[in-house]
Design a protein. Structure first.
Lengths: 199, 247
């Protein structure tokens, strides 16, 4: 049923369809549950782990030697804004997984400096769907947007694209991360409007 | 533990003019679920052609207010939903809402304190819910609020904040104005500073306070960094960002 007196501004008009309940944002808002961690690339490290034991670990310099990709993607935040055609440079998660050999687990938990976590099915971060991103619009990623490096899973709500990422744990069974334990959806597909538990 | 967050019908029961840019909307919801101070609701507006707009707004009222929630909404002139609330919504209107939503940025009296609340502009709204809950629950948790506003007329809940302080020696409310040109203002001026944070922590007699920071992105970045620098543990600082950018 319509809301009395509401017709919708629909401005600015998005250049193409965006997911239901979202609005077109031309800026780049930030959302973080705590202070911004300041992470130096001299001490930065990133690991893929199984049962919390590292299978592969990279320093910043080692990471920067891996093949990089330029990607242009749309971002959809559960707080209702969508940002279109954002340009990133990063390393495909497929490239990182090559370092650990066979993976039989079906889920991952992304971990960050500062303690943030978010869970994902492995299928959502493989086959060219996820990146470790460290450049935004041609510049090094700012700390408030997750620099020096954040995860980027653009086909899911943005809370899955963890900022200040430093680890990926391979898991046999799904488990809730930071927001997922507080009422947010375990998968978070914006086109199915999977915002909260039960959506 | 997991429960669905369903859309419910809310009826606008009262509209309160808070400041020239903010109004509070008292919404009655049948079988209103319990909530924790700091949580928010999603509102959904539907146009005759089916187009929908959704936004999130923090709850201003205490969980003890039965059957109702208050949302204090700042008008963003170029926005789509806040101007509708300010200019179109009338008492008796029906609004679709769902909630409560949000976990980490919440406080209940049994969580204890002491509490350091840092508000920038309309970021005071969820912190007001905490203060109201604190009083309604009879909590004696020592609490310091630092509230940065532009000018005197932009201060939301000014009288009520003054009452919290005058009626309870465990509460300290500090308002600092960033653009005040009124020579009659005798309170603090300028942005949240190391001195204001240190004064508040001295009142709380510890740096190990539970800190909640809410406001526009720039305010939250600055205030959270000041609290960290003053010695508050990283994990004790919870933030929520919003404002004209739509965060």
């Amino acid at each position: 049923m319509a809301t009395r007196g509401f017709f919708g501004l629909r401005r600015p008009e998005p250049p193409r369809e965006i997911p239901p309940g979202q609005y077109f944002e031309t800026g780049f808002p930030t959302l973080t549950a705590g202070p911004t961690p300041r992470v130096d690339t001299d001490t930065w490290s990133f690991s893929i782990t199984r049962a919390k034991s590292p299978l592969a670990t990279w320093t910043w310099d080692q990471m920067m030697e891996l093949p990089q990709e330029k990607i242009t993607v749309d971002l959809h935040c559960v707080t209702k804004w969508s940002k279109l055609d954002s340009e990133w440079k990063g390393i495909s998660f497929d490239t990182l997984l090559e370092a650990v050999g066979e993976v039989t687990e079906e889920y991952v938990m992304i971990g960050s400096y500062g303690g943030y976590t978010t869970n994902l099915p492995l299928d959502d971060v493989t086959d060219g769907k996820a990146w470790l991103a460290f450049e935004f619009e041609g510049e090094p990623l700012e700390p408030n947007h997750g620099g020096p490096a954040r995860f980027l899973v653009p086909h899911l709500y943005l809370w899955k694209s963890a900022k200040w990422v430093n680890s990926i744990e391979l898991m046999d069974q799904d488990a809730p991360g930071f927001w997922e334990a507080s009422g947010y959806h375990m998968r978070g597909d914006p086109w199915r409007e999977e915002r909260y538990w039960g959506d | 533990m997991q429960h669905r967050v369903l859309w419910q019908k809310a009826i606008v029961e009262e509209i309160i003019d808070e400041t020239p840019r903010t109004k509070s909307f008292r919404l009655r919801i049948d079988d209103r679920p319990p909530f924790r101070s700091g949580q928010h609701y999603d509102v959904r507006l539907t146009a005759p052609d089916g187009y929908q707009a959704q936004r999130s707004y923090s709850i201003a009222s205490a969980p003890e207010s039965e059957g109702v929630i208050d949302l204090t909404i700042e008008i963003i002139e170029s926005g789509e939903v806040s101007p509708f609330f300010h200019q179109v919504v009338k008492v008796g209107d029906e609004i679709k809402m769902r909630g409560p939503i949000g976990g980490p940025f919440t406080w209940t009296s049994d969580t204890g304190g002491p509490l350091l609340l840092l508000a920038g502009g309309s970021g005071v709204v969820p912190l007001m819910s905490m203060l109201r809950h604190r009083t309604a629950a009879g909590s004696s948790v020592r609490t310091a609020l630092i509230y940065s506003a532009r000018t005197t007329v932009d201060v939301i809940y000014r009288d009520e904040l003054g009452n919290f302080e005058s009626e309870d020696t465990e509460v300290r409310s500090t308002i600092t104005l960033t653009r005040e040109d009124d020579a009659g203002w005798t309170g603090e001026r300028g942005r949240v500073s190391t001195r204001l944070i240190d004064d508040a922590l001295a009142f709380l007699k510890t740096t190990n306070a539970k800190v909640f920071v809410c406001g526009p992105d720039g305010f939250v970045e600055a205030a959270a960094a000041l609290a960290l620098a003053a010695g508050v543990p990283f994990q004790s600082i919870k933030t929520e960002r919003f404002g004209p950018s739509g965060t």
